[in-house]
Every structure is written in C-alpha cells, then in structure tokens.
Design a protein around this ligand. Structure first.
Ligand code: HEC
Length: 219
C-alpha cells in the first residue's frame, strides 16, 4: 500500500528527529544548584551567591576613558569634548535638552521653564557670566552628579547624550550672546517673528503664564 501523501512528506523529518533524540542521555544534566537568592547552609553568611571579588568590573562597565565618563581631568572639569562635534551631535543634544532640561531651564536656557513657576527653585540662566565661562565638563558633571537641589540625570541620559546636551548648551549660550560680527560674511539671518523679539533677559521666547491655582489643589 502506498504511503498517504502527507506522511511521505513528513517522513524524512520524523526519521531525522529519531536519529537526533536517540542520542539523548541525562549525563550531567541533573546537578545540584541553587535558585537565585536561595539560602545556603554551606557559606557562613547563609547566602548561596558570592559577592563579586573586590575590584571586579562587569562586562562593558570598565569606563577606561575616565574623561568621557566624568568630564574631569583629575578633579578639574575639562573644556574639551571627547568626540568631534557634528551637526548630528548638536541635533541630538537639542532633542535631549528639550526633553530632559526645558521643564526647568526653559527652551533658551534662561531658567524660565514651567516647573519653577510651580514652586521649584528657579535655576540660574545659562547666560550669566559664570556659566558662560564654565568649562563644558562642568555641564557634563552637573548632569552626571546633580547640583544643589537639581537631581542628577545619570540614569535618564547616557554619557554620550550628556555630552551632546552640553554641546547644545554651548550653542544656546552663543545664540544669546552673539553679535553681528559672529555672522559669517554673506550669511542671511532671518529676523524673528514679532512675538519672539525683545523679551529681555536675553530670552527670545514668551514667558510661560502661571496657571491660576484651582481650588483644592495642594499649595
Ligand atoms: C526639575 C528641574 C530641573 C531639571 C529638569 C533640570 N535642572 Fe538643571 N538646575 C535646576 C535647578 C533648580 C538648578 C539650581 C540648583 C541649585 O543651585 O541648587 C539647576 C542648575 C543647573 C546648572 C547650573 C549649575 C551651576 O553651576 O550653577 C546646570 C548647568 C544645569 N542645571 C543643567 C541641567 C541640564 C543639562 C539638565 C537636563 C539634562 C537639567 N539641568 C535639568 C533644575 C533642573
């Protein structure tokens, strides 16, 4: 009797499966082991897991390039970028700044973000003398370790993105303190729409109105 059509199709696969599983043995497959975090009577501290040897470094966590990860040479913030500045770096910094920093620092970095209008301390403007002269490593360090009441952004913003943001802040600082002499010859600069002119404080965006506190809201 001829094999049904379907069986003839799967027969080679069945034979192959038999050949493979025929070699199955248990050998060392069944070994004593601890489930993660299980208690152990063997070690004095009752833990089954051992602490890493002091100085052990997880894969990918060596951070050999200290400047890239701290923005400092020794204890002193450096004034160099650890990679070349490109348009992509600035665009990335622009985007990450707008997401992570503008709620407090405002789009132009003058400290006119929304959160300070609701009671959080108003951050200093990036356009004050001290911050204009601060080395770029300082901005990286503020994001990495926080500053005063400002929390750090080490877990939200990757080291590379922190450099991109710091670069963008430098561009913001330039944008608020540029003179006609900074414009390359022959370059046309469109004038801003009226609502963005002469806001004072070097800022070019309108003030964000403080919403009227509604009843029952926590003060
Ligand atoms: C929740 C609000 C908030 C956010 C979001 C925030 N900051 Fe701040 N930032 C502050 C405040 C407030 C200060 C002033 C802290 C102080 O002096 O105690 C400050 C200060 C700073 C300073 C000035 C440090 C100095 O030397 O005076 C820099 C630079 C800075 N922030 C950068 C950033 C960057 C970059 C981001 C985004 C990654 C960011 N901040 C996000 C609130 C914020």
């Amino acid at each position: 009797m001829a094999c049904p059509r379907n069986l003839r199709k799967v027969l080679p696969a069945l034979v192959a499966l038999l050949a493979v599983t025929a070699g199955c043995r248990l050998d060392m497959h069944l070994q004593p082991y601890y489930r993660p975090f299980a208690k152990s009577d063997f070690f004095a501290d009752d833990r089954s897991a051992r602490m890493p040897v002091e100085g052990a470094v997880a894969r990918g966590d060596l951070h050999e390039d200290t400047y890239f990860y701290t923005g400092k040479n020794g204890d002193i913030p450096g004034d160099a970028l650890p990679f070349p500045v490109t348009k992509d770096v600035l665009d990335r910094g622009h985007e990450r700044f707008n997401i992570n920093c503008t709620p407090c620092h405002g789009r132009v970095g003058d400290g006119g973000g929304f959160i300070p209008t609701r009671g959080f301390r108003r951050p200093p403007s990036y356009h004050i003398e001290r911050l204009r002269n601060a080395p770029i490593g300082h901005f990286f360090d503020v994001m990495t370790n926080g500053y005063g009441v400002m929390p750090d952004y080490a877990s939200q913003v990757t080291p590379r993105d922190r450099w991109c943001i710091a670069t963008y802040i430098r561009a913001l600082q330039l944008s608020q303190n540029a003179t006609a002499a900074d414009i390359p010859a022959g370059q046309q600069v469109p004038s801003p729409p009226p609502q963005f002119r002469d806001i004072g404080n070097g800022a070019t965006l309108p003030e964000i109105a403080t919403p009227a506190a509604s009843e029952g809201e926590p003060k």
